[in-house]
Design a protein around this ligand. Structure first.
Ligand SMILES: Nc1ncnc2c1ncn2[C@@H]1O[C@H](COP(=O)(O)OP(=O)(O)OP(=O)(O)O)[C@@H](O)[C@H]1O
Length: 723
């Protein structure tokens, strides 16, 4: 959908143009003369419309001049205007183009409230779907509290209804102005108000006569918008915390950062060591929440990290050959992707650092360490919770995606690696925009297959998943086109409605009549483990006693009996030969005789004790075996009963998983390929093969370190597809 057209921007109504055809001809004959006349006409028109339009000030206009000092009365008036506008938010067309008169632009750069000419271009496309309508209603500043609570609400709805479709939550994050941008005298063209509304202003160029130095503005409204001062934690808690909560309830979630190169996507996703981003904070949160809730302490968190570079999928944790995408019942998977079992946040951080070092980056004119690939971190969490009667296994997948930024193809004769990269990035982002369009328009066929990126995002866009999109934008007026384009697609994405979000959980309900038996079963299992521990303790005691016996007898005499560990079938009957230097030598004194007798007595006692303990262990072992057998039979019986009453007792449902999958949780986490590559974290460093990277001629980076500020943007809108 084009943002605006010249006819819209002219500020002259079509009817009025028709009234003066002669003048129009004179414009064509002498453009300068025409320009002057046009300016006069516009000034006249402005004067005529000034009064009627005065009450309909747009909030963006007030916000254009941040330094303006208002008198108390002015402030009151403005507050009133803002309040009115808020109230009207539900009925104001979402897409607006605001035109300011030339004089305003010239005199103040930013117009005054009292001297303002604003005209709204009507939205090109009236929203068709009811979803879109409801969404627009929700865009009012405080109309329904959607926004920060949105995902929570969706989750609550899911809680009650089980299955509903969910909308994509769309957030905008404005990054601070970079040093280089400041040095080149960029002006701020974006303002965020009420942590929701984004006002974009286009300052026309001094030499752009055709545009008559008008200042154009647009207004967007998102679930939440973050000004430049927003902390990483705030971004995480508003955008992703609820999604993590959903994952812990067995719902898949996806967060993806979208925007032009240098707009702050990687900063938002990964952050720095001092200011970790969404990926790190989400995993930290996930770990702490799992530990709090996990009923039996057994949980697993599996990680995989891949990149899509030049339309090939690569494993970032174990670089090697490109991976092949396959589709199965669980969705699209990268065959052979390494999955690491992580046990702590620190480990995850290390993995991310490791993976990011392998990520392809190149310096661009905007960003020193521009990501040239789309990176996807997938975290699969499984754990068990227990309510009054059920033990529920929950499985959730969180995908965190840092998309590559777009870059204008440089006018160069050479078809360099960079231009190929750029073309591929744009191709995949274009494919993404086509998918967004198709989803918004409710088409049956969504062209996910057009690129690897969209194939991988199939679950997240329109799939059964809670999805969050964070659109990153730059404040610089030099990046106006990119910012406008990003905001446009973010605005469009709001209208996507994902499929009903299924819950990956298995609840085994214990029926009334079986509750007692289950308790008994648990009790028996507890007793079993206690008996095992007791047996181990006895064994230890026995060893200690034998050790004592050995110490007390040696070197005078060999141990009376061998340890059970070293005993042979005949050891107990063996007669020990006495050494000459051992006991009973010819130099024995009465004292030594006494000592020897005492020692022998002790040894005999100990032998007796050992024998007793051995008998006791044998008895316990036998008892234990019998008890285990009984309990096994009992458990088998219970399982058989549960199997019979499965239809009645099964209360949970599995969205995408099969019953067989549950038997082997690890199987579910992995691709259909065997988890041959599953390794411990220690293997990672060995697994890296920088040579592979070098061979491919790609540069990789060690991100997670403060980056130098960006240079002015030279980028074009990333996808100029028709809306
Ligand atoms: N919210 C922020 N606060 C402070 N600095 C930021 C913020 N967002 C981005 N930056 C800085 O801006 C620069 C560019 O950010 P980043 O690398 O995240 O951009 P990007 O959108 O990922 O770019 P590309 O698509 O080219 O990889 C970095 O130096 C980063 O530190």
């Amino acid at each position: 959908m084009p943002v605006s057209t010249r006819s819209q921007l002219s500020g002259v109504r079509p009817g009025e143009q028709c009234q003066s055809p002669g003048r129009r001809h004179s414009f064509l004959r002498n453009p300068h003369q025409g320009l002057k006349e046009k300016m006069k006409a516009l000034t006249l028109l402005y004067e005529q419309h000034r009064q009627p339009l005065a009450p309909s000030h747009h909030p963006s206009i007030e916000l254009l001049d941040s330094n303006r000092k208002n008198s108390g009365e002015d402030q009151k008036k403005e507050q009133e205007v803002v309040r009115k506008n808020r109230d009207r938010a539900a009925v104001i067309p979402r897409k607006k183009t605001i035109l300011f008169s030339k004089n305003e632009a010239k005199e103040n750069k930013e117009p005054k409230i009292s001297d303002r000419f604003a005209a709204y271009s009507m939205p090109r496309k009236v929203a068709t779907a009811a979803v879109a309508a409801s969404r627009r209603t929700s865009m009012g500043s405080v109309l329904d509290g959607r926004g920060m609570m949105g995902i929570k609400k969706i989750n609550e709805e899911l809680e009650t209804t089980g299955d509903i479709g969910s909308q994509i939550m769309v957030f905008v994050r404005l990054r601070p102005m970079g040093k280089k941008e400041e040095e080149t005298g960029s002006r701020t063209c974006v303002r965020i108000v009420n942590k929701r509304d984004v006002y974009l202003t286009e300052f026309a160029s001094e030499t752009d006569y055709l545009r008559l130095k008008r200042v154009r503005g647009r207004h967007f409204c998102f679930d939440a918008s973050f000004p430049e001062s927003t902390s990483q934690q705030e971004v995480y808690s508003t955008t992703t915390a609820e999604l993590v909560e959903g994952v812990l309830r067995g719902r898949n979630g996806s967060v993806f950062c979208y925007g032009a190169t240098g707009a702050g996507k990687t900063y938002t996703m990964l952050g720095t060591i001092e200011n970790p981003g969404v990926m790190v904070l989400a995993i930290k949160d996930l770990f702490s929440k799992i530990r709090q809730r996990c009923f039996d302490g057994k949980h697993s968190v599996l990680l995989s990290y891949l990149e899509v570079y030049n339309e090939t999928v690569r494993d970032l944790l174990s670089p090697g050959r490109p991976l092949v995408l396959r589709e199965d019942k669980q969705g699209i998977i990268a065959a052979g992707l390494t999955q690491y079992r992580a046990y702590s946040t620190d480990e995850v951080m290390q993995l991310l650092l490791q993976g990011n070092r392998n990520r392809t980056t190149e310096p661009t004119r905007v960003n020193e360490t521009s990501s040239r690939s789309h990176a996807i971190l997938q975290v699969v969490a499984e754990y068990q919770v227990k309510d009054s009667v059920n033990v529920i296994t929950r499985l959730g997948k969180l995908s965190l995606i840092d998309l590559a930024g777009s870059e204008r193809a440089l006018a160069t004769d050479l078809r360099t690696q960079r231009s190929i990269e750029g073309a591929n990035i744009n191709r995949s982002l274009l494919a993404l925009s086509s998918c967004i369009n198709a989803l918004v328009e409710g088409k049956r066929h969504i062209p996910y297959r057009n690129s690897k990126l969209t194939q991988l995002l199939k679950d997240s866009l329109g799939g059964p998943c809670n999805t969050v999109m964070i659109a990153n934008i730059s404040p610089s007026n030099l990046s106006f086109n990119e910012t406008q384009n990003t905001l446009h697609w973010a605005d469009r994405a709001k209208e996507i409605r994902n499929k009903a979000c299924s819950v990956n959980e298995e609840a085994v309900q214990i029926p009334e009549f079986e509750t007692e038996q289950t308790k008994l079963l648990l009790e028996l299992q507890k007793q079993n483990s206690e008996l095992r521990q007791q047996a181990v303790r006895l064994q230890e005691k026995l060893f200690i006693a034998q050790a004592h016996a050995l110490v007390s007898n040696s070197p005078q005499q060999p141990p009376p009996t061998s340890s059970p560990l070293i005993s042979t079938p005949h050891s107990t009957n063996r007669k020990h030969k006495r050494s000459i230097l051992g006991g009973g030598n010819c130099f024995s004194t009465p004292d030594s005789m006494k000592t020897r007798t005492a020692n022998e007595r002790i040894a005999q006692d100990l032998q007796k004790r050992v024998m007793e303990l051995e008998t006791e262990i044998e008895r316990l072992k036998k008892e234990h075996v019998v008890q285990l057998k009984q309990k096994d039979d009992f458990i088998r019986g219970l399982i058989a009963k549960q199997g019979e009453g499965k239809c009645k007792s099964r209360v949970g449902k599995r969205g995408s998983l099969l019953k067989e999958d549950l038997k082997s949780p690890t199987h579910r986490f992995t691709s259909p390929q065997p988890i041959a590559k599953k390794r411990s974290f220690c293997d990672i460093s060995a697994a890296n093969s920088p040579s592979v990277i070098a061979a491919n001629g790609r540069k990789t980076r060690s991100h997670v370190a403060p980056q130098s500020p960006s240079a002015p943007s030279m980028l074009l809108p990333l996808a100029s597809a028709k809306l």
